[in-house]
Write a protein that binds this ligand. Structure first.
Ligand code: CP
Ligand code: NVA
Length: 301
């Protein structure tokens, strides 16, 4: 039976912990220059409907380092852009490649691709979720704090795809998630039903959400596809910027994380993202190691 990664609900606790361990092992091998061609001879297609820097480069480099061949496809340059269905695309690509990764607007596009393709499908971000990001962020926390379970993560800002994947991660691993979102920008109810209510709390006051946090996390106020809402969102998210005074309410050894790209002066102040508590570039680097762990988990099982 092939495995996909469309949302984190498809992984159990043991499998997530295995991916984190594997990320550490693959990082160690890379840092020592030890080759690890675990997917030698395979080919993986990557489809992009939206822009990407980190996800695209970390997957493409990761695939090459595993001895496999990446093929980057921009949806607008495929027949998909001229109306070919995602199902026909899935049937055809499954005849050529060993895995398909996709970044799409609609979550349903990725779900349909996964249902139809006979090879593993990986969600590289949709409007609803961003599972590879959060697996990698869990690895970064594991590296820094020695554990993921038992810690408190404060997510401040938009209840978006990144927040949704944090919630789904909390349904699988034993950590506390405190969400601070403005009214009207809470996570979707279809995701909130998965939240373990004893460990996931929603606040409309960022100061309450960051109290006792080991990790303060934020993301952009306007995601890809929401560019026309920027002006309204800048007003609606007033007071939700992660500033030094907000960070001061978290634990003394708290770290600041952001999936990037960031907008200094909007969701985070330059003092915080460029300051000593910020680990955003280690976080970005770890995308590479965790993508490789995800790929080997899905394509070798
Ligand atoms: N964090 C993240 O997914 O970045 P990109 O949009 O650059 O891939
Ligand atoms: N929420 C952001 C994440 C970017 C990695 C977006 O969807 O644009």
């Amino acid at each position: 039976m092939k495995r996909d990664l469309v949302t984190l609900l498809e992984l159990n606790r043991q499998e997530i912990l295995h991916i984190l361990d594997e990320s550490a092992r693959l990082k160690h091998l890379k840092k020592r220059g030890i080759p690890h061609p675990l997917l030698m001879g395979k080919t993986i297609a990557m489809i992009f409907e939206k822009p990407s820097t980190r996800t695209r480069v970390s997957f493409e480099v990761g695939i090459a380092e595993l001895g496999a061949t990446p093929i980057v496809l921009h949806a607008g340059e495929m027949q998909l852009g001229r109306g070919e269905t995602i199902e026909d695309t899935a049937y055809v690509l499954s005849r050529y490649v060993d895995g398909i990764a996709i970044r799409a607007y609609s979550h349903q596009t990725v779900a349909s691709l996964a249902t139809t393709a006979s090879v593993p499908v990986i969600n590289m971000l949709t409007d609803l979720t961003h599972p590879c990001q959060i697996l990698s962020d869990l690895f970064t926390i594991f590296e820094r704090k020695g554990t993921v379970e038992g810690i408190t993560v404060a997510y401040i800002g938009d209840g978006n795809n990144v927040a949704h994947s944090w919630i789904l991660a909390a349904s699988r691993l034993n950590f506390t998630l405190k969400l601070g979102c403005p009214e009207g920008y809470e996570p979707d109810s279809e995701i909130m039903v998965e939240a373990p209510m004893d460990r996931v709390a929603l606040y409309h006051e960022p100061r309450e959400a960051v109290e006792d946090a080991d990790v303060v996390y934020t993301d952009v106020w306007a995601s890809m596809g929401q560019e026309r809402e920027v002006e309204k969102r800048l007003k609606d998210f007033e007071g939700y910027q992660v500033t030094p005074s907000l960070m001061a309410l978290a634990r003394k050894d708290a770290v600041f994380m952001h999936c990037l790209p960031a907008h200094r002066g909007q969701e985070v102040s330059a003092e915080v993202i460029d300051g000593p508590q910020s680990i955003v570039f280690d976080e970005a680097e770890n995308r590479l190691h965790t993508q490789k762990a995800i790929l080997t988990f899905l394509l070798s099982s």
